[in-house]
Design a protein around this ligand. Structure first.
Ligand SMILES: [Cu+2]
Length: 422
């Protein structure tokens, strides 16, 4: 995009094409394509390079409510659970019997996936079918939303590509070239399958993490080309992916009860961060003590850091409504939008500081903050949806929805982060 095609360059292109057509030499892009094809073949030949294995199926999650209505909690829900879902289960490394046992045990949201720039990797999708709806023969796919180098085979958009029928698997091959934060979802009957929960975050780490001339190895959002001390740097110490989704009780109840929702009536009742609503958002990862009902909502949204550390928030929205998230008292610096570094073509820094991030469906935002000093003990800040509706559970009084805490500990308290969101 930053190279203008001059008249001379255009003529050179024509000459190159003519030479290639005459069989004199292989144009560089042809050689590149052959090399990539060979690389893909070698990756596909190695079963070991399977990076993630997801199973598409249905299941149930737990969303809290003080009152009950026709649609919530669902009368068909297993004890302790409330809401019927479609989704992905993490079956990475499981054997065939263990994978089959995950039918009707999807999680919300899908497993967090991440990749390294330039490294080819496989993601296997197995379709286990829907236990609650054996009458539905829905296929599933993985659509990596925003992936810029996809070939149709692995795009997951079923009207121009393949999808995975019940009982079958497909290996998706990716070689990411553009670092940043993305999202993925099933693209089959996508209004339904996306809303029902087949959504997750995927991000790509830049090659610069391995170091570059004048830049030490580290953690960077993008190949920003500057050392960590530079104001334009995207270096960070900790990273947290935050997926925004919604649950409209009626649509979920309809799918469990063999009914069809009228999507133009869309009116969500729950607003979720990483598959949970406040106050569950601040509970630990996995199944928190005393909360077996959260077994299928494994992701905490609690953000913890030491004072002085740089913290990256990777936001993505796969609900159907625009949301506005606020972090009071700490300035965010937005460095990326839709997996693009905010940098002008002339190199100017287009990142900006804000306390407020508006994010529409299908959009992602990369924002970094520096954890402020703490006076004594831990300091707590709130990250929340500015719209009161998004701060409520099922429209009831009290705080709920898209609210979580940012807890800052004195410098040196927390060990280095071992994995994203930890
Ligand atoms: Cu699907």
């Amino acid at each position: 995009m930053d190279q203008r095609l001059t008249r001379r360059g255009f003529l050179r292109l024509g000459l190159g094409a003519a030479a290639g057509g005459a069989g004199i030499l292989l144009a560089p892009h042809t050689r590149d394509r052959l090399a990539r094809r060979a690389e893909a073949a070698s990756v596909l030949a190695q079963g070991a390079s399977l990076r993630y294995h997801l199973a598409g199926t249905d299941g149930w999650i737990s969303l809290p409510s003080a009152s009950s209505s026709t649609y919530h909690p669902d009368g068909l829900a297993p004890a302790g659970l409330s809401t019927y879902m479609f989704g992905f289960a993490d079956v990475t490394g499981l054997d065939a019997a263990q994978i089959q046992a995950m039918k009707n045990k999807c999680q919300a949201p899908a497993p967090l996936m991440y990749f390294d720039e330039g490294q080819g990797a496989l993601v296997r999708l197995t379709n286990l079918g829907l236990a609650q709806r054996p009458d539905l023969t829905d296929a599933h796919t993985i659509h990596w939303h925003g992936f810029r180098n996809v070939i149709p085979m692995f795009d997951g958009e079923p009207s121009s590509s393949v999808s995975v029928p019940i009982g079958r698997s497909l290996d998706y091959y990716y070689r990411p070239r553009e670092p940043g934060t993305y999202m993925f979802h099933c693209h089959v009957e996508d209004t339904e399958h996306v809303h029902m929960g087949m959504t997750g975050i995927v991000f790509v780490r830049p090659a610069q993490n391995g170091g570059a001339p004048g830049i030490p190895p580290g953690r960077y959002v993008f190949n920003d080309g500057v050392p960590p001390g530079d104001p334009r740097s995207t270096a960070y110490d900790r990273e947290f992916a935050v997926l925004l989704t919604e649950v409209w009780n009626e649509a979920h109840w309809d799918d469990a009860h063999i009914q069809l929702p009228e999507w133009s009536d869309y009116r969500p009742d729950f607003f979720l961060l990483n598959g949970r609503v406040y106050p569950d958002t601040i509970l630990p990862h996995g199944t928190p003590p005393g909360r077996p009902d959260l077994a299928y909502q494994p992701y905490s949204s609690l953000i913890r850091a030491n004072a002085g550390e740089r913290v990256l928030l990777r936001f993505a929205n796969l609900g159907f409504l625009k949301q506005t998230m606020v972090l009071d008292g700490i300035r965010l610096r937005v460095v990326g939008k839709d997996a693009v570094l905010l940098r002008g073509r002339d190199g100017s820094d287009l990142s900006y500081q804000t306390s407020t991030i508006s994010i529409g469906p299908g959009e992602s935002v990369d924002a970094i903050f520096v954890a402020p000093e703490v006076v004594s003990g831990e300091a707590t800040y709130l990250l929340y949806n500015r719209n009161l509706v998004g701060l409520s559970n099922n429209g009831e009084p009290g705080l709920g929805g898209q609210l979580t805490e940012v807890r800052i500990a004195p410098a040196g308290t927390l060990p280095p982060q071992s994995a994203p969101n930890q």
